[in-house]
Write a protein that binds this ligand. Structure first.
Ligand SMILES: NC(=O)c1ccc[n+]([C@@H]2O[C@H](COP(=O)([O-])OP(=O)(O)OC[C@H]3O[C@@H](n4cnc5c(N)ncnc54)[C@H](OP(=O)(O)O)[C@@H]3O)[C@@H](O)[C@H]2O)c1
Length: 292
């Protein structure tokens, strides 16, 4: 297939581009800077210059494509307006493509509430973090659209041992500082390794029916304190973490970062049973222990 990817330099999109190239697909990646274009080209994809905030400059210039995977997100305060405008322009442009285009767009675990021990599935009503509430109507638009074959993936917290949502832990640990945890040590995150998540996007691309949603959680819930402790052990820093309030992290990074304090439990069972998803990274601790 020929697939257009947005966000191909990001935590999710870069893994998706690598996975699609490895599966023999042709990938065109949106790039908003020369640096992003070089990184996309280095993965074997074809860069196309453009900004998600200005889709009128590129959406109608897309060559014939089979699918779009949308992972780009500008974590600015106007990200809702950017996404709405993007779909206003992109959906009609895709409707004018020669074949019906499969459009996979990205939601996320923070569209669901703090669930304690209740397990979230695709049937659970949304209870989004206020900073991401804009996302829900845009995802519903994609799922309901008659002009594309719309699919939504809701990633859990995306990690690599030295990156993704673990990057801040690694940074604190390497600096020899107490590792900062938002909320409390007992908070649990649903997790997925970026490679496993990329495999799920590829499976959804090939097999998911129109209008379907999948939660990409390989590990349903994992105590954040245990992750922090694994980093402290590996790098020999202070074992006791520093607890940071959600207000502090929101002031530091933006309102969206309040999600780090959500205690959640998400199930990836539907992706496993319907798409045959078989994530292979099921315990981050040995991966952290083996970091160089
Ligand atoms: N990471 C997670 O744990 C996680 C979990 C659940 C859901 N999600 C959702 O998944 C999406 C992607 O997250 P991520 O972690 O992969 O984000 P990320 O690592 O910050 O990557 C964002 C990507 O979007 C691109 N981008 C940002 N603004 C752009 C613009 N104006 N025009 C064109 N490209 C632009 C960036 O390109 P540049 O290289 O040019 O900056 C980058 O490739 C978000 O909607 C997020 O809420 C993420």
């Amino acid at each position: 297939m020929r697939i257009f990817v947005t966000g191909g330099t990001g935590a999710i999109g870069s893994a998706v581009v690598r996975e699609l190239i490895a599966r023999g697909h042709e990938v065109i990646g949106l790039a908003r800077s020369e640096g992003a274009a070089s990184r996309i080209a280095a993965c074997g994809a074809i860069p196309m210059m453009g900004d998600i905030a200005l889709p009128e400059l590129w959406a109608t210039r897309l060559p014939a494509i089979d699918a779009v995977i949308h992972t780009a997100c500008d974590f600015a305060s106007d990200m809702g307006a950017i996404e709405r405008h993007l779909l206003d322009v992109l959906l009609p442009a895709l409707a004018a493509q020669p074949n019906k285009v499969r459009l996979i767009t990205t939601g996320g675990c923070w569209l669901f509430g703090a669930t304690d021990d209740t397990v979230v599935t695709e049937a659970t009503p949304f209870d989004p973090l206020p900073a991401f509430a804009w996302m829900v109507p845009q995802l519903q638009r994609v799922l309901a659209s008659q002009s594309v074959h719309g699919i939504v993936i809701h990633p859990a917290m995306v990690y690599e041992p030295a990156g993704g949502v673990f990057r801040r832990f690694l940074h604190d640990a390497k600096e020899g500082r107490a590792i900062r945890i938002v909320g409390r040590e007992q908070i649990r995150w649903p997790l997925v390794h970026s490679e496993d998540l990329a495999a799920l996007y590829a499976l959804a691309l090939e097999h998911a029916p129109a209008g379907s949603s999948y939660i990409g959680a390989a590990i349903e819930s994992y105590p954040v304190g245990q992750i922090a402790s694994a980093f402290a052990k590996r790098f020999g820093g202070p074992q006791t973490p520093e607890i940071v309030s959600t207000d502090t992290i929101a002031t530091e990074l933006g309102e969206w970062a309040r999600g780090y304090g959500r205690d959640q439990h998400l199930s990836g069972a539907k992706a496993r049973s319907e798409l045959g998803w078989r994530p292979s990274h099921l315990d981050p601790e040995p991966e952290i222990a083996n970091l160089p």
